[in-house]
Design a protein around this ligand. Structure first.
Ligand SMILES: Cc1cc2nc3c(=O)[nH]c(=O)nc-3n(C[C@H](O)[C@H](O)[C@H](O)COP(=O)(O)OP(=O)(O)OC[C@H]3O[C@@H](n4cnc5c(N)ncnc54)[C@H](O)[C@@H]3O)c2cc1C
Length: 290
């Protein structure tokens, strides 16, 4: 076993065959502090087992590494990678920054991808690489006090918001938080129960999930339907809050599919929200996964 695999999977909750929440614990070293919204880097060697779609059943099976089957697309020159070459990717931390003994991640399977089929083959007790330093500027650090916070995401773009809410939501405060989360199906709405409970107990927290494929639902879905952009244009948040979010009273965060980010950026900059960067502070914060 490679010495680089410095952390252990302690929990794996499968929401759907293509969506998991995993907890990872450093093995014999301490986690550094991170700011909610930041990301970590996870890695596994090329020679790790991976999940592949099972042609006979609906779902996936774990396939052990076969050296003759090394994936040529993993290397830019088309030659198979070395089996011990580490494949590394960034993942937003979903756990609270108060939880100092583990990190939680919310990950979607990219069946054609390099790392996620290997991450999905991990079971509790398996080892993984966790980079010891965390990075990222997609945090609440530069939001001025008392501004309302609107957290907009599709799919696993919800992950950084879970960390922010778990670490920084203060119920009963005049500062409002809203989570707008879009997914295809209700079963893809990770953290639905936790967010519904938070919204139930915190009068300053709104949770507005929407699904884009209501016809596929096994039982009737009574919530919002359509894309996040539709939810925004229908002014669902305004109705919930009773006032308009504006560049003066709110900071908006976007994380998820490129299409959602691009459309929402146009929509919001048209009403004078300004994209934030460290050099040019604004009130529209964007995290792109790809
Ligand atoms: C700052 C940052 C934070 C991230 N946080 C998360 C996270 O919390 N959860 C998470 O699942 N992913 C996250 N990602 C994406 C992650 O780093 C990988 O790109 C993703 O897991 C695919 O890796 P792969 O090796 O399997 O695919 P690759 O072989 O790297 O293939 C990449 C392709 O997969 C597709 N893709 C990448 N990410 C996704 C996704 N989330 N949903 C659908 N398609 C995707 C895109 O088409 C992309 O071009 C984050 C990326 C960044 C830059």
């Amino acid at each position: 076993m490679s010495v680089d695999l410095n952390a252990i999977v302690t929990q794996r909750v499968e929401l759907t065959p293509e969506l998991v929440v995993v907890r990872i614990v450093p093995d014999g070293w301490d986690l550094a502090h991170f700011e909610p919204g930041q990301f970590a880097v996870l890695g596994l060697p090329e020679a790790s087992a991976k999940v592949i779609r099972d042609d006979h059943k609906i779902g996936f099976v774990i396939q052990e590494y076969d050296p003759s089957d090394a994936d040529p697309s993993a290397s830019p020159n088309g030659k198979p990678n070395k089996p011990d070459k580490m494949i590394k990717r960034a993942y937003s931390i979903a756990s609270s920054s108060e939880a100092q003994d583990y990190l939680e991640f919310y990950i979607v399977l990219v069946t054609s991808g390099q790392l996620t089929p290997r991450l999905f083959a991990l079971r509790p007790g398996d080892r993984v690489y966790l980079a010891p330093k965390f990075s990222g500027l997609f945090t609440l650090e530069e939001v001025p006090e008392h501004r309302n916070i609107i957290l907009i995401s599709t799919g696993t773009g919800l992950a950084p918001y879970m960390s922010m809410l778990r670490s920084q939501l203060v119920c009963q405060s005049p500062q409002r938080f809203a989570v707008l989360h879009g997914a295809r199906h209700s079963s893809d709405l990770g953290y639905h129960d936790e967010l519904s409970t938070l919204a139930h107990h915190c009068p300053n927290m709104s949770y507005l999930p929407t699904i884009s494929r209501p016809k596929d639902e096994i039982s009737a879905w009574h919530g919002e339907v359509g894309y996040i952009q539709d939810l925004w244009r229908r002014r669902v948040l305004q109705k919930d809050w009773g006032f308009d979010p504006s560049p003066e009273n709110a900071h908006i965060f976007l994380c998820g599919t490129p299409g959602m980010i691009d459309e929402m950026t146009v929509e919001l900059t048209n009403v004078d929200f300004k994209v934030h960067s460290r050099k040019n502070p604004g009130n529209l914060h964007i995290e792109r996964y790809w």
